[in-house]
Write a protein that binds this ligand. Sequence first.
Ligand code: HEC
Length: 334
Amino acid sequence: MIRRHFSCPGPISYTLSLVLLQVLAACSPSPPLIPPGTVPIDLDKPAPDALLTYWLTPYLDPPRDPFTAGIVYEVGGDFFLGPEDSLRSRAPGLLPLLDQPSINWESFTAFLQNTWHTAAGHPERVDGWMQRAGNWRESEGWIRIPVKGSMSPFVRIVSVKESAVVAALSERARGGILQYPEGTLFAADHMNEGQIVETTIMWKRGPGKWDYASYDGGGRLAIEVFKEPKPLQSPVQCLGCHTGNRAFEPERSFPASASDGPDGARYIDVDDASRDATVTALLNEHLQRSDTILGLYATIYLSRVRSRVLSGRGTPADSLLLTQQGIPITSDAS
Ligand code: HEC
């Protein structure tokens, strides 16, 4: 990302060539200008510009790219936050970050852990998400999939609205990738002995951007979720697996069963009608990781549709849906 902080003059008539030479001498090899009053940011992570954009956007009012808003600068590959006046008028919530000689990953994430959810307007209680997106535990129209995998030692019941999966599939049918509409919510209730002990949320803030939030068993906003040997810090450690390209079990082996992991069996608890190998291979949903979603929601949804069609219980709309996705509507053997 290249940001210009000053520009050298454009074409100037020959009568001014002397002036031009002097100006060029002053501006060609000179070191890049570091905006005065800013604090250096050294996150020591890959793609620091993407990270800064992701994490700082919600602090701006209205939320926007902190680079184009003029509160974060890149100069010769180094990053700077400030100055104070700009923060005061555009992102006052970030002012405490200027109280240090430089910002590193540790001080940055400690700050985010304390302030990010408030800046992003996330509910203090898990019910707030139900008011925003519907009751994933009880309402009709939600797909609920129990999975025991790599993110948590607990069984998680992951819920998403069926209409959001259908919309993501329409996007794919139009030649795009599986992409969920803005405002889509994924909620994962982590279960221990029949009780919800944690809930993790992904909420689609904008194109390609998901917010993460976690809640404890009492439904209160939490800054960590249970994991051994160390808890997962929420939200700062949520991006890693979701935006990386590692494959996880049990999604990697689906529809075959996965081997046991450090916390015992790993599985997706769905019936045979939800495990179509042809659909799984065609969508390749887990590895494609379109939209940073790791579960197999579209795969399971289409497997169920195909199972209905193959057993003669499908509607014309079911067949059309499969055809639009390039999925055969006759059995693989025929
Ligand atoms: C160790 C890797 C890892 C980390 C770190 C991680 N996740 Fe996940 N997450 C997964 C995997 C794998 C799935 C797919 C479902 C499953 O296997 O549990 C998933 C699924 C989800 C889902 C359901 C939507 C989807 O992508 O399938 C939500 C919601 C979610 N995670 C929230 C979070 C939150 C909140 C955090 C931070 C506290 C987080 N995740 C951190 C691996 C991770």
